[in-house]
Ligand binder design. Structure first.
Ligand code: SAH
Length: 346
């Protein structure tokens, strides 16, 4: 495949590229420093390069343009970025005192069509290239003037339909931006036959599969899961759990199960008990996400007391559980909605 951008390449790859251009290898090292450490946006920013080379700009650096920016009252930053071919994608920076988490998109749109998800309403436009993923992290760093500590693939898209580019981006984030691989989380709703491959591919390509796998489970049984996630029809619950066990065995890391809480649909104490039985014996962790309302659907966001009761029922059965705090809701731009608002999709 022809190289589309420099971002995403390692120092050795940039040196090779420089030599191919008839330049000395040290130009590759300079490019590496300016792309990653200094966060150059365009050739002209890289003042150490000869003017002629900067003007010639033989290949795009690979940075996306910013279309819109929202800063929520709680400090959450939501960005709408533009790709070269005129598409837009969301990325979010979520700061706490000792963390900065970047929630990145792996695709523009998504083909999975989960019923509660805003991104799923518009189908897939295309998968993102590695540089378009790494760019999101650099852009959040630049705007927030702070080094991201964590990256979660929980923005737009299904990462396991773009495993190759997602792994290349993870490789770059850890190698070139110095991020710890264990602070990177890949979230999937489950695509048959891709989960076991992901860990093996990571071992082959990166030498380790140290990132965290998060699986969007959302229901305690196959029947309800299929109602919420149409693509689950092709992926039996037992098989999905089996594939998760396989990932745990290969990576040595625990799996995190995400469970969106939809009022009066999957949030009863009885369902908590059923969920506890499903994940029993697993090196796992359940992350409860109270539903963020989207325009197209009538699902309910459960009351805090109901969320607490669900969490309590899991804990009682020995399941490690956390409840995700909703961030940035004051801008009415949660989960894929920033982009849909701009497109007049709501
Ligand atoms: N396709 C991947 C990653 C993107 S979604 C996946 O499904 O895991 C990231 C997380 O946000 C998923 O757990 C998803 O179920 C959740 N999510 C999607 N829409 C939501 C909504 N309206 N409210 C709360 N969480 C939502």
């Amino acid at each position: 495949m022809a190289l589309k951008a420099l971002l995403g390449l390692s120092q050795a790859q940039l040196e090779t590229w420089a030599k191919d251009q008839g330049l000395p290898a040290f130009r590759g090292r300079q490019l590496h420093d300016w792309l990653y450490a200094k966060g150059a946006r365009q050739w002209n920013d890289i003042t150490v390069l000869p003017a002629a080379l900067r003007q010639q700009a033989p290949l795009p650096l690979g940075r996306s343009a910013e279309l819109e920016r929202y800063l929520a009252q709680d400090g959450t930053l939501k960005l709408l970025l533009a790709t070269d071919d005129g598409l837009s994608l969301e990325t979010v920076g979520i700061p706490t005192r000792d963390r900065l988490t970047v929630c990145v998109s792996s695709q523009v749109g998504c083909p999975m069509a989960c019923r509660f998800c805003a991104t799923g309403k518009e189908g897939l436009q295309r998968s993102l290239a590695p540089h378009e993923i790494v760019d999101q992290v650099l852009t959040v760093r630049e705007v927030m003037q702070r080094r991201p500590s964590h990256v979660v693939f929980m923005g737009m898209g299904e990462p396991l339909l773009n495993s190759d580019h997602v792994l290349t981006a993870i490789d770059c984030l850890s190698r070139d931006l110095g991020m710890a691989m264990r602070q990177i989380t890949v979230s999937t709703v489950g695509v048959p036959n891709t989960l076991p491959r992901l860990a093996e591919l990571a071992l082959e390509r990166l030498g380790r599969a140290q990132f965290t796998l998060a699986v969007s489970l959302h229901a305690p049984d196959q029947a309800l899961r299929e109602e919420l996630i149409p693509t689950a029809r092709a992926y039996p619950y037992e098989q999905l759990l089996e594939d998760c066990r396989h990932y745990v065995a290969i990576s040595g890391r625990r799996v995190s199960f995400e469970y969106i809480l939809l009022g009066n649909l999957n949030d009863s104490p009885r369902q908590a008990q059923a969920l506890a039985e499903q994940v029993r014996g697993f090196q796992s962790h359940v992350n409860l996400i109270p539903y963020n309302p989207i325009a197209e659907e009538e699902f309910q966001r459960p009351e805090p007391a109901r969320v607490e009761a669900f969490a309590g029922a899991l804990k009682q059965r020995g399941v490690a559980v956390s409840v995700r705090a909703s961030r940035g809701l004051d801008q009415n731009a949660a989960c894929g909605q920033l982009r849909r608002q701009r497109q007049g999709g709501r």
